[in-house]
Design a protein around this ligand. Structure first.
Ligand code: BJW
Ligand code: ZN
Length: 230
């Protein structure tokens, strides 16, 4: 095996204390996603959206990477081949566990973005909608997050990696949000093996060749150990 492409979702960070979206008690049971995760919601009420992301940025800062993040960083280091790590998560726990070049397809909580000139800079702990862009001075500053209806980041790079994958692994994602939910089919179409690692089988579970079911802090280190032993 030469190339492993890994897609992570909220489940990989759940045991670090960061909430998932669609589980019982998930973020979308407390907030209306139309209000806080769409460009239209941001235009209607930027203060509400900044408040939502400021709170999540604070939670993220207070959280620590767990054994699943650490095992994936170890895999990147020790695997005799290529490991592409794509995450839907906006937290930086993969990086803080030592992972390299993490593809944040849905953006990052520690980032701020200017909607006028595309300049990016580290977000302050508390962003507010009156903050001007440090580069162009424009007023349209926002969290560097991909909302519904927006194009996820680095898609060309991701599809190129999927074309070349020998193994595709989805970890802790419900498989309900596209285009990420379609990656397993893409990988399958080019003949890659596919594996799901999840607390419970996801809605797209039928598309995977194999599954490892259980909490990420147990299943991911076990899987990494098996791969490194091969
Ligand atoms: C554990 C665990 C433990 C728990 N151990 N596991 C109709 C049909 C098809 C598509 C569309 C449609 N209408 C609209 C669309 C497109 C839309 C979409 O997919 N909507 C669906 C809801 C239907 N997608 C978009 O708009 C995207 N853009 C787009 O499509 O652009 C056009 C395009 C076309 C073609 C090619 C390319 C582009 C943008 C999507 C942006 C998503 N943004 C969010 C919020 C912003 C980020 C943030 O605030 O954090 O991203 S939504 C939210 O969901 C977040 C997540 O990244 C994303 C995925 O969630 P995830 O990670 O799967 O979490 P959960 O909670 O769903 O699942 C947790 C899982 O963990 C569960 O399975 C648990 O079992 C498991 N688990 N504990 C292991 N301890
Ligand atoms: Zn700007």
């Amino acid at each position: 095996m030469r190339h492993i492409v890994i897609l992570t979702g909220a489940g990989v960070s759940a045991e670090s204390g960061l909430g998932t979206f669609r589980d019982q008690d998930g973020l979308w049971t407390k907030y209306d996603l139309e209000d806080v995760a769409t460009p239209e919601g941001f235009s209607r009420n930027p203060a509400l959206v900044h408040g939502f992301y400021n709170a999540r940025r604070a939670n993220c800062l207070a959280a620590s990477p767990n054994a699943a993040h650490a095992a994936l960083a170890r895999l990147q280091d020790a695997f005799n081949g290529r490991v592409t790590l794509v995450t839907q998560n906006v937290d930086d726990l993969h990086e803080r566990a030592g992972a390299d070049d993490v593809i944040h397809m849905h953006g990052t909580l520690p980032g701020a973005l200017c909607a006028v000139c595309d300049h990016r800079w580290p977000a302050p702990a508390s962003m507010d909608y009156l903050a001007a862009c440090p580069s162009c001075g424009g007023p349209d500053t926002r969290p560097d997050i991909v909302w519904f209806g927006e194009m996820p980041y680095r898609m060309e790079e991701i599809y190129t990696a999927l074309q070349d994958a020998d193994l595709f692994v989805a970890i802790g994602t419900s498989g309900t949000v596209y285009p990420a939910a379609g990656f397993v089919a893409e990988a399958h179409a080019v003949g890659a093996q596919t594996l799901e690692i999840n607390l419970e089988p996801s809605t797209t579970n039928g598309l995977f060749d194999h599954a490892r079911i259980g909490p990420a802090t147990k299943t991911v280190p076990e899987w990494v150990q098996d791969i490194l032993r091969q």
